[in-house]
Design a protein around this ligand. Structure first.
Ligand code: GLY
Ligand code: MN
Ligand code: MN
Length: 435
């Protein structure tokens, strides 16, 4: 375990805290049914500052002259470890994860009042986890009850998310490396699904191909519920049933990404189930691809977060005019939202530890300005067109839903697309050839 990237982030937070104290708990385990739990997923903020994988843990960062980073975690327990596996225990964890000290999680409640007393501010993600809100309120009350002995409760409660979200928006070298690896694995998963696809298969069979490739290459699993949507299911934006048969003459849309060491990739590909695009499918596909290319070209440092959406939108709207679905000018159709029956989502989002990652989309005093892109930001580019049956489209377009999604890193001079699944018509048809 190289704890350096995580310790460095804690040091940055400690500097920004001044004489404040911050509390960052990890996520609780969640029961699924009876004795079975959901697969455990740590809290993203906690992970960002620790790389520590166990549940029942919290970080306390004490700023000021004698700054300390403290980990609270489970103790070693031979009997429990027989059932559930290895636990670091405080002593080993402090060393392995680079904390100044570590204590059993059971002692947190007793130690918390002393840790927060006489600090200028207390930083916490209020409302994130009600059990922790209660614990922290109780610690504050304990300090207040001791005021006669000279203890003072922090005068200011601040939202730690504001500080951490700003940091997480700009990825450091360690994060970029993990995100590239997550992207490589997801790209291989999509290529595998394309190659395996045959008319008559079921959507869940393609889902299995992706899952197999993700796990085979060491990813933790899916970063979000995968969408494998044949035919008009592609027009249901959050389709996750993945249980229908794939009709030979249709397209299938797959939106799937893996998680690696906490980091998400997020890729969408749309391809013909029989391996060859029909003329209509190809026309729509090329419009979406051109929209994606225009969006990518608009991702440069200093551009606003909305610029690349507008770049994609202009190409999509021109395509809708060419298809005879819209009339008038591109500007007019954008102004009147006339395109919305067929393109109803934004062109992307921040990506990182969370698939829809943290970070402000708007900034400025009155929140009036879209965030400006800067090197180190990672975001998705995912234009699409969706022609639901009945959505006011001619028969030959019915049921065609296309989205193309890649992940990009804003760089000094522009951006780098770091996902690499087959994407052009020629590349897709080549991967799908079976002769
Ligand atoms: N897979 C979630 C998204 O594309 O936003
Ligand atoms: Mn996606
Ligand atoms: Mn996405």
């Amino acid at each position: 375990m190289n704890h350096q990237p995580y310790s460095r982030r804690r040091e940055i937070v400690l500097e920004r805290l001044g004489d404040g104290v911050a509390i960052v708990p990890t996520a609780p385990e969640k029961l699924r049914n009876r004795d079975a739990h959901y697969p455990y997923r740590f809290d993203s903020y906690f992970w960002y500052l620790s790389g520590f994988p166990e549940p029942e843990a919290a970080i306390v960062l004490v700023g000021g002259k004698e700054a300390r980073s403290i980990l609270f975690c489970r103790e070693r327990d031979e009997a429990r470890e027989v059932w559930d596996g290895f636990r670091y225990g405080p002593e080993t964890a402090a060393e392995a994860f680079g904390f100044s000290e570590a204590h059993p999680i059971g002692t947190l409640e007793e130690k918390l009042p002393d840790l927060i007393a006489n600090r200028g501010s207390l930083w916490h993600s209020l409302g994130h986890e009600p059990a922790w809100d209660r614990r922290i309120a109780a610690a504050l009350n304990t300090v207040r009850a001791n005021s006669r002995s000279g203890a003072r409760a922090p005068g200011e409660i601040r939202d730690l998310r504001a500080l951490l979200d700003e940091m997480r928006l700009i990825k450091d070298a360690h994060e970029i490396d993990l995100m590239r690896r997550a992207a490589d694995i997801a790209s291989a998963g999509h290529a595998r699904a394309m190659h395996a696809c045959r008319p008559g298969m079921a959507e869940h069979e393609l889902e299995a191909e992706l899952g197999y490739e993700f796990r085979r290459r060491g990813a933790d699993g899916h970063a979000y519920p995968p969408i494998v949507a044949g035919g008009s299911n592609a027009c249901i934006l959050h389709y996750v049933a993945n249980n229908r048969l794939l009709a030979g003459s249709s397209l299938v849309l797959i939106d799937a990404g893996c998680e690696l060491a906490g980091y998400a990739s997020d890729i969408t590909r749309t391809f013909p189930i029989n391996g060859r695009f029909s003329a209509e499918q190809r026309t729509v596909y090329e419009i979406v691809l051109a929209a994606q290319e225009a969006a990518i070209a608009a991702i440069v440092p200093g551009a606003s977060f909305m610029d690349y959406h507008h770049a994609a939108l202009r190409v999509l709207v021109q395509g809708l005019i060419d298809l005879g679905l819209l009339s008038g000018s591109v500007d007019g159709a954008i102004e009147s939202d006339a395109y919305k029956p067929w393109y109803m989502h934004r062109t992307g989002h921040w990506l990182g530890l969370d698939v829809h990652d943290v970070g402000d989309y708007r900034s400025g005093n009155g929140n009036e300005e879209w965030t400006r892109l800067a090197p180190g930001m990672t975001l998705t580019v995912e234009p699409g067109l969706y022609f639901r049956p009945g959505a006011n489209v001619p028969d030959h377009l019915h049921g065609i839903g296309v989205r193309i999604e890649d992940d990009v890193l804003v760089s000094e001079g522009g951006c780098r697309v770091y996902t690499s699944a087959p994407k052009t018509v020629a590349e897709i048809e080549e991967v799908m050839r079976h002769d």
